[in-house]
Design a protein around this ligand. Structure first.
Ligand SMILES: [Zn+2]
Length: 419
């Protein structure tokens, strides 16, 4: 394993799309294309065959002794948010590259092919739609839901992907068959501080907490702030504030399941200093890998709505509610990853992922494992994102062992026997 090479590769990719305020390698941009081109060249030098699929995913393949067998795939994404960091996504691609480099150096052949995948458009930064590449690969891309999307420069998704040589209507052709892949493995920074808090080096992700989201409108009554007595008000904002505290309390009651709930958007109308707010809206995001726990949080919020309506003389309406199913990682792979850590005496912890990843969709189709390495201060989507090189190397070591276990290393002796 070559630490200097890994750090240098990360530095080289980090020059692509670097700005004074962090990384800007937005999905389907020229910078993302250049980063893919860099990875493509590195892979071709290693003798891999490289292709780009209809969704813009880069797929590099090191052939196995039996090319008809399903591939062991490793990867993540190269796109970033605006003002992003160097590690989110990129780390998982570099890990895959380093593993293939090591296999080449050590002259290790595998029975199964090994693939490195750099997914396109994992981040929602450009179109408010995330994981397009992995959705396309797994057959979950819904073109209808994307057709009218525009970026902040008012450019349509059709136009933007066409610039990358892709055809919007053909993106679903990137779907691969179940027989193509044996397992998928992703290394990613944690995007939280549980590992550092627990003094662990590796996080073995058990599941990805999908969001349940709801939007509430609170109708009260606008009135003059100077002339309306405190007891005669129907203050929509105060009702919203009370409901927000109820959201917090409901999530805290589910702490043992690591369930979290957030009111991230509050609008207050009419929004004037001399008017008691007549209308307010809240957007609530509830996440857990435990579906029942998430339901209890929702139930607790709904239960309090009527009381708040009465005590504050307002009307609360649930405008819409969406829910995505939490995705569990493959149990066999989770155990395998833990065993590898134990054997190598690496301090590790099982933990849920609160953020979505390409692994979320890959897990719906293929046995998938997601490993976290610590992110200093829990930073992500931030220019100061940083992971210690030593932790990166530990993560790559675990990934490599897993790749060899599933791709099945064929040692020189058996190679000779075969010959
Ligand atoms: Zn990411």
């Amino acid at each position: 394993m070559n630490r200097i090479r890994v750090v240098q590769t990360l530095e080289k990719i980090s020059k692509i799309g670097a700005t004074a305020n962090g990384m800007e390698r937005i999905a389907y941009s020229e910078a993302e294309r250049q980063a893919k081109q860099f990875v493509r060249e590195q892979c071709e030098q290693l003798g891999m065959t490289v292709r780009e699929d209809e969704a813009g995913n880069l797929i590099a393949r090191k052939e196995g002794i039996d090319p008809s067998l399903p591939a062991v795939a490793v990867g993540s994404h190269l796109d970033t948010v605006y003002n992003g960091g160097k590690y989110d996504g990129t780390l998982g691609v570099i890990a895959g590259l380093e593993i293939v480099r090591m296999l080449a150096e050590e002259e290790i052949n595998t029975l199964h092919p090994v693939e490195l995948i750099a997914f396109a458009c994992e981040e929602s930064a450009r179109f408010n739609a995330s994981t397009l590449g992995s959705k396309a690969m797994t057959g979950f891309l819904d073109l209808d839901s994307l057709r009218s999307l525009k970026d902040k420069d008012d450019r349509s998704i059709q136009e933007v992907v066409a610039e990358q040589g892709l055809e919007f209507e053909s993106m679903t052709n990137a779907a691969r068959s179940k027989e193509d892949i044996k397992v998928f493995l992703e290394l990613h920074i944690e995007q939280g501080s549980k590992l550092i808090d627990r003094n662990k080096t590796i996080g073995v992700v058990t599941g990805i907490a999908a969001p349940m989201r709801l939007s509430l409108t609170i109708d009260g009554k606008s009135s003059h702030s100077g002339t309306t007595g405190m007891k005669n008000r129907s203050d929509a904002f105060l009702a919203a504030a009370e409901l927000s505290l109820i959201v917090e309390k409901a999530a805290l009651a589910e702490e043992q399941y690591e369930t979290v709930a957030t009111v991230g958007v509050v609008d207050v109308l009419p929004g004037a200093m001399n008017v008691v707010p007549g209308k307010a809206s809240l957007k609530i995001d509830i996440r857990s890998t435990n579906g029942e726990s998430r339901k209890r949080v929702l139930a607790a919020i709904k239960q309090e709505i009527e009381r708040v309506e009465q005590s504050r003389n307002v009307k609360v309406t649930i405008d819409w509610q969406t829910e995505e199913e939490p995705v569990m990682m493959d149990e066999m792979l989770v155990k395998k990853m833990a065993t590898i850590c134990e054997n190598r005496r690496i301090p590790y912890s099982f933990l849920p992922s609160g953020a979505g990843h390409d692994s979320m969709y890959m897990a719906k189709r293929w046995p998938t494992a997601l490993l976290f390495v610590p992110s200093v201060d829990g930073l992500s989507h931030h220019p100061d994102e940083f992971t210690e090189a030593g932790d990166i190397m530990t993560g790559i070591g675990v990934m490599k062992e897993a790749v060899l276990a599933y791709a099945i290393e064929v040692n020189n002796k058996s190679k000779r026997r075969k010959a």
